[in-house]
Design a protein around this ligand. Structure first.
Ligand SMILES: [Zn+2]
Length: 347
């Protein structure tokens, strides 16, 4: 429960900070992803940044250095999207007449559902999900995280061949608290490993292929693909029917496609599917009906990695790259920019 609360308060914290710019920026960022050409960015020829990153200290104290190392693995993110949910209910009751069921045709004869008869109802509606979350990178292989989401949905009445199952309202608001586990499928590191393997078959005297490999290995690869599982609980804020409860946890799976904008910022798009169960129970009845819901969503989000490296504030130091002062690494640029860009790039 403590863990749940800490995730909650962290979300609120990051929500209040990021809310203002994110909703305006989200669309702009998405347009940027599409329009920014895939520029082949070579690593800095002096190798300052890559050398500095792994070996240098980020703080005077040992504890501070460790803390900053951990902080730099944490990302905060916001996302929003669109989805559709498909609902199915295999209705069976000892007393069908107490349910809000009406015949499709008013004058149709013998359309009453009998006690114990199974009638399959379904429906399809749309939803707008919003999410605030946190992700922690584990060695570039896994990412674990969690978040808080709110979804604004429509709910159409359930339909069968001959009946409608009517709800008291056609809109709802659900909140969800969830955890995630992601497995990195492909990224810059895996691409380098793949290129190493691919060029192995060429002879070491094939200078053309050797040069080609070198160039390709140096290219900046800003993409990352992660398979992400999700599990959580739903809290009904505004229901489409008072008889509805969400008692069971849900689970989901999605593919997260991320693109770096800088070392600390990235945008992502995530197609996702969630499997959920809801209970529909009238207060006068012992029995309950189960509504199975499959929710398909696509979310677009912005992710901000916490900078473990302090910004250089030394007067007169105009270095734009990551650099050292007294053995401690500093950033010369804002987190929105690439840190090791060269003259003429990204100004
Ligand atoms: Zn400096």
């Amino acid at each position: 429960m403590k863990k749940v609360l800490s995730i909650l308060s962290l979300d609120n914290f990051c929500f209040s900070i990021l809310k203002s710019w994110c909703f305006n920026g989200l669309l702009l960022m998405f347009i940027m992803v599409i329009s920014v050409p895939l520029k082949a960015q070579e690593e800095d020829i002096f190798g300052i940044d890559t050398k500095a990153r792994s070996k240098t200290r980020r703080s005077d104290s040992g504890l501070g250095n460790v803390t900053r190392g951990i902080i730099s693995k944490i990302s905060l993110e916001l996302s929003g999207g669109y989805g559709q949910h498909y609902n199915n209910m295999d209705f069976i009751s000892s007393d069908p007449s107490v349910y809000p069921i009406s015949p499709v045709l008013e004058d149709a004869s013998s359309t009453d559902i009998n006690s114990g008869e199974v009638v399959s109802f379904d429906s399809k509606s749309s939803v707008i999900p919003l999410n605030a979350g946190v992700r922690i990178d584990l060695f570039g292989i896994l990412s674990v995280g969690g978040g808080y989401g709110r979804e604004f949905g429509n709910m159409a009445m359930l339909e069968s061949d001959q009946h409608h199952f009517n709800f008291s309202n056609d809109k709802y608001v659900f909140d969800k608290l969830y955890g995630t586990v992601g497995l990195v499928l492909y990224d810059a590191r895996r691409r380098r490993a793949y290129l190493n393997w691919k060029y192995k078959k060429y002879s070491s005297v094939n200078t053309y292929k050797q040069a080609e490999q070198k160039i390709r290995m140096r290219q900046n690869y800003p993409w990352r693909f992660t398979l992400e599982g999700e599990f959580g609980n739903i809290t009904v804020q505004e229901s489409y029917d008072a008889a509805l409860t969400a008692t069971e946890p849900y689970y989901g799976i999605g593919l997260r496609i991320e693109r770096e904008l800088s070392e600390y910022t990235k945008v992502f798009i995530k197609p996702n599917v969630e499997f959920r169960k809801f209970n529909y129970q009238l207060p006068t009845m012992e029995e309950s009906q189960i509504i199975d819901q499959n929710l398909y969503t696509v979310n677009i989000g912005l992710s901000l990695r916490l900078p473990g490296t302090k910004r250089c504030k030394i007067g007169g130091c105009g270095v734009k790259m990551k650099h050292l002062h007294d053995g401690i690494e500093y950033r010369g640029s804002s987190i929105w920019n690439m840190q090791n860009r060269k003259i003429g790039q990204w100004y």
